[in-house]
Design a protein around this ligand. Structure first.
Ligand SMILES: [Fe+2]
Length: 442
């Protein structure tokens, strides 16, 4: 055997050894059940969706739903392992470990979603989840218990936290820490104002690479993801891998949203009601081409026209206006429909600069008691990927009421407080100080 041949053999074996060792890092060795989170049901007064992943050799999953106040068991559900869908979209995706090493994700697993229907409105619940699975030696084991809490809609007055763009990235864990601290800050402010927020609305880009399952899994370990319902949007970062492979399958398999969207977008585009408010959730990434936009537009029109909700809110990831100079972005595509269908509030993100418009109708500023839409886009919240500070507005000076960011190290989020005739949105900085506020009345 010559020297070069021997060296090649050694290199091949060491590469094989390394990749086998790294492959173990995908789902982690510790967890039989992971990424558990509560997502909205179609009518959040009556239904909620539970989303989780489980290892492939899961035999059974157990859900036990209990009322928080009485501890009473409301429902016990057993699902067979075969009722989960084998999810392979994250498997072998080129990724990065928390320690910075490059690796291919080992992420084949069973994806579960379960809808609890016929719930009581305005009631706090918690759901215990566990599984029975076989280990590598065929021994049957029970997973540790996961506990998820949520409150159903139905309170006369309620509030939620609105956050986006934290680009969770395990090699830079402070991004997630900053965003979670911001959620805690919004919670403290909501408590101080008299009512703890009931759920979190995120407007996308919660993961740096949504194709990296370990990023979702790590993010869902945060306590904020098990203490309330999370309703979310697919952002461009959630929609991509490190190598820029794009698919909304990543977002779909990391959540369990109502499947009431249009063809191919079920569970990614969706709508739900929380009390008297309709939320229409769009997928910006599949609205780039005009024919895709038309499909989204027609579906949104149908949903808005059919709804009898008092307030209508439409959410998409891409911004309405460019925060740096005020130039029109998505506002141009949607304003006519929002005027036609009486959308009260349009929410977006992506730009990393907070922008709030005045109340607008037919491209004009209208007064508070007139029909119109307020357009808001959230700032970033990871203390790292913010935009540079903006200069003077060059466009839409009359339409834009407020802009805010803190430069590249921006952390901010909103508290939305809802009464029977108003939506009040307050932009908070990391200290919980108010940077902006608007009230939309009916
Ligand atoms: Fe972003």
């Amino acid at each position: 055997m010559n020297k070069i041949f021997r060296l090649s053999i050694i290199i091949i074996f060491s590469l094989l050894y390394t990749s086998a060792a790294l492959a173990q890092e995908g789902l982690g060795k510790d967890s039989a059940i992971f990424s558990a989170v509560v997502c909205p049901g179609e009518n959040c007064s009556r239904s909620m969706n539970i989303s989780w992943g489980a290892i492939e050799n899961t035999q059974e999953c157990y859900l036990s739903l209990r009322e928080k106040e009485s501890n009473k068991i409301v429902r016990n559900i057993t699902l067979k392992g075969s009722e989960g869908e084998i999810c392979t979209v994250f498997n072998s995706v080129w990724s990065k470990m928390a320690g910075g090493k490059n690796f291919y994700e080992n992420a084949r697993f069973l994806k579960f979603g379960y809808t609890f229907n016929h719930l009581k409105p305005a009631t706090e619940y918690y759901c215990l989840i566990s599984t029975r699975y076989k280990d590598g030696n065929g021994v049957s084991l029970t997973s540790p218990l996961k506990v998820l809490s949520f409150k159903t809609a139905g309170s006369k007055e309620w509030s939620c936290c609105i956050i986006s763009d934290f680009h969770s990235y395990p090699p830079l864990p402070k991004r997630l820490t900053s965003a979670m601290a911001m959620v805690d800050t919004v919670r403290s402010v909501s408590v101080r104002e008299g009512r703890e927020f009931e759920w979190v609305l995120h407007l996308g880009d919660v993961c740096a690479w949504g194709g990296s399952y370990s990023f979702w899994k790590r993010m869902y370990e945060e306590k904020n993801f098990s203490s309330t319902m999370w309703a979310g949007l697919n952002g461009n970062h959630d929609n991509m891998t490190r190598q820029y492979i794009l698919t909304n399958e990543f977002f779909r398999n990391a959540t369990a949203n109502p499947r009431n969207g249009y063809g191919g977008e079920e569970g990614v585009c969706y709508w739900f009601t929380y009390g008297d408010v309709l939320f229409v959730m769009l997928n910006s990434d599949n609205m780039r081409k005009s024919e895709d936009f038309e499909r989204a537009y027609n579906w949104t029109r149908k949903v808005l026209k059919k709804s009898r909700a008092k307030f209508k809110v439409v959410c998409e990831h891409y911004e309405w206006f460019n925060g740096e100079n005020g130039k029109t972005v998505q506002y141009a595509r949607w304003k006519k429909l929002f005027d036609e269908c009486g959308v009260d509030l349009a929410l977006a993100a992506n730009n990393h600069i907070y922008v709030r418009s005045r109340k607008l109708f037919a491209d004009n500023v209208v007064s508070d008691n007139e029909k119109g839409t307020v357009y808001i886009q959230t700032p970033s919240s990871d203390n790292e990927r913010g935009e540079k500070l903006f200069g003077e507005l060059s466009y839409n000076k009359d339409l834009i009421a407020k802009r805010w960011n803190e430069g590249p190290k921006t952390v901010g989020a909103l508290l939305m407080e809802v009464t029977s005739n108003s939506l009040t949105l307050t932009l908070l900085n990391r200290k919980g100080e108010r940077e902006d506020r608007v009230t939309i009345t009916k």
